[in-house]
Design a protein around this ligand. Sequence first.
Ligand code: PEP
Length: 259
Amino acid sequence: MTHSARKPLVAGNWKMHKTVAESVALAHAVAEARVGPRTEVVLAPVFTALGPVAAALRGTNFGVAGQDCHWEPQGAYTGAIAPEMLRDVGCTHCIVGHSERRQYFGETDAGVHRKIVALGRVKLVPIACLGETLAERESGATFSVLSRQLDGMFGSLDAEGADALAANLVVAYEPVWAIGTGRTAKSSDAQLAHAFLRDRLRDRLGDVAERIRILYGGSVKADNAAELMAQPDIDGVLVGGASLDAAGFSRIIQAAGSS
Ligand code: PEP
């Protein structure tokens, strides 16, 4: 399968920003964007705004994502949200393993693995994030870190489990040093990392790897999105800061339409 056969996906991670009313207003503004016929768009507001944003987007092709979930369907896990509960309020996707969850909340690859499996059970699309820190990049460890993370996150998925998930699996390569710093990876460096990830996914899961979309994330803006998405293994973008501005995010969505 070629780059052009995988539908481009543009996801906006609003992190811990915006009230419910502000989130709904932003969703309405983004929904005005001209979206290419093959482009998928997903918005990830805070938990309290998921239901209202999903309701505001009903009747559009836009998806809605949680920014995290638990792996159990219910139970004594104060503060946590189950995949079933995300689906109940209209979510279609869920981000897991974001570097901010890893850095501030102790997220591990093994936990991400359990979340991916739990999301697959209720047919929510996991957007599973990974990426190296600046120290790891500078010490030449980027590819060994990516390998280790992939093994931990997808290690015990067998080919059958992967096949069931694959149409529904998104990986996001987000070098930690590029997130929220204004420092974007060079498109050629990002492509190398994406090609490496796809090769490793192919070793592990077989041909299904061709169908898995691999997004780039890390200071994506309207003026660098097109070049990144033109790379053969970059199938879309996960956007943080720039997704809070409807006009700029709409330009990123349009860039995906021409990739
Ligand atoms: C992110 O939160 O996933 C992200 C990539 O943030 P930013 O675009 O602000 O770097």
